[in-house]
Design a protein around this ligand. Structure first.
Ligand code: ATP
Length: 248
């Protein structure tokens, strides 16, 4: 794994509705080929940071008012969300967001719609997704809205993989899932990272699990980065232990 930054966020501010300052100068560096965790409690600004990167703030009346966002060294904050997807960056939103009335397989195929490399390649990647998520192979004909929360999270990640991304922004993958399932999802994230070389930036409130799978982490509080470091250093940090891992 190389450690050149794929994504750099330099001192960004985000304001909602022209008045509410939510990010107060956030800087991040996401190394290519690594898993980076964005940690912090409810409302710390994790989702806002991911949406700022993927240019999804406009629909929420939010905007980046300061700072810069560079992907492969190129300023990307003025691009539309679709252009960023073309560059290989895809966001999996919090709350999973499947097309409920489509089957699991149809959901996965929607992830491939911008590709131009032919049906055979798409079919191969469908098999790749099913190899990572055997459960989705079993459920492929089921209507997504009737599958479990864990299966919907798998479908959402699988759909992202179908676009052959270079980087996935993953918002709160553990949300609402039983611990065993959370562990399964993170195992798959690790496998995809190691075997496909996909870079991950994941937002998580579950510090414990995130720091076991991520390589590096950033902790946000009230729109500011208050701590950053390797996952191991963060796990061993007394403040992280006390306030985020409940091991005082
Ligand atoms: P969560 O895990 O709850 O999603 P988070 O760390 O992702 O937390 P954000 O969702 O980024 O936090 O929210 C950061 C702050 O911005 C919160 O105080 C929230 O109330 C505020 N906020 C989020 N979206 C909007 C919006 N569309 N308009 C105004 N304020 C917003």
């Amino acid at each position: 794994q190389t450690r050149t930054p794929l994504l750099e966020v330099n001192n960004i501010e985000v304001i909602y509705n022209h008045v509410i300052l939510v990010l107060k100068g956030v800087s991040l560096s996401v190394p290519k080929g690594a898993i980076t965790a964005l940690l912090g409690g409810n409302g710390a600004g994790k989702t806002t940071t991911l949406k700022a990167i993927s240019n999804l703030l406009h629909s929420e009346r939010g905007e980046v008012t300061k700072g810069s966002i560079l992907y492969q060294g190129e300023r990307v904050q003025d691009l539309g969300p679709a252009e960023l997807v073309k560059k290989g960056v895809i966001q999996v939103m919090e709350g999973r967001h499947c097309f409920e009335h489509l089957t699991v397989e149809e959901n996965l195929l929607t992830g491939a719609f911008t590709r131009r490399d032919g049906k055979a390649a798409v079919q191969r990647d469908l098999e790749m997704v099913y190899d990572y998520f055997p459960r989705l192979r079993e459920r492929r004909k089921s209507q997504a809205g009737y599958t479990s929360g864990g299966e919907q999270q798998m479908t959402a990640i699988g759909r992202a993989l179908m676009s052959r991304p270079e980087m996935i922004l993953l918002d709160e993958p553990s949300m609402g899932l039983a611990p065993q399932l959370v562990e399964q999802i993170f195992e798959i994230v690790r496998a995809v990272n190691e075997q496909e070389g996909v870079t991950f930036l994941l937002a998580e409130q579950n510090t414990n699990v995130a720091l076991r799978y991520a390589h590096t982490g950033y902790i946000l509080e009230s729109g500011r980065v208050v701590m950053e470091g390797s996952a191991q250093d963060l796990r061993e940090n007394p403040d992280v232990k006390e306030f985020y891992l409940g091991m005082a």
